[in-house]
Ligand binder design. Sequence first.
Ligand code: TYD
Length: 225
Amino acid sequence: MSSAQNEESTHRGLFITFEGTDGSGKSTQLKLLAKRLRAQNYDVVETVEPGGTAIGTQIRRILLDSGNDEIVPMAELLLMFASRAQNVEQTIRPALQKGAIVLCDRFTDSSLAYQGGGRNLGFEPILAAHRLAVGDFFPDITLCIDIDLETSLARAQSRNQRLSKTADHQETRLDDQSLDFHERVRKAYHRIAQQEPGRFLLVDGQTDIETLAERIWAAISPRLP
Ligand code: TYD
């Protein structure tokens, strides 16, 4: 994969994505990093996938609705990329062109891990869908927070119990997959880390929030513009 930085003529910002299994704590860490960067006067844009735009948010509802269990893996993949195409064009690229640091909660590596690994589609169809949806556009840096499966599932379950009292309660279709599925997701992340050690940084998430935030800062700060 080439990075978004290769498109130097079209943008001056930095595109950072966060990855990890469900309950890894990546969304909390994304917010902490955004706060720290803003405190240093960086222009920061936060976004999320699936979602991130009005269209993407509608696609997200279809994807995560626990009632939609008949979605076939290829439809799931293409909906992820429909949301991504919209987000890159409408939010991410324009922000990078203005020189912002874009922090995205999940991106194509999630499709490699969940659809490629979890759903057993393999990496090739995901990379083909990526090229079709967004071309040669990849993150500059990806932080993947790695935790063991037991911790991941326990955290995701307790979060879903908390959310069961809110409108988000039905957004659990992908959390509700089997243990084998989640194991394949984690293995796929490890494979990406081996394939792309320069871009894809695996961070040990089996620690408290502050220590993890410091680990992430140590990885990111030398690469800031
Ligand atoms: P979300 O509630 O945002 O979970 P999390 O906080 O763990 O990110 O749900 C996003 C779900 O969508 C998550 O289970 C991972 C899945 N997903 C894919 O399967 N493929 C993708 O390409 C993306 C972006 C997400």
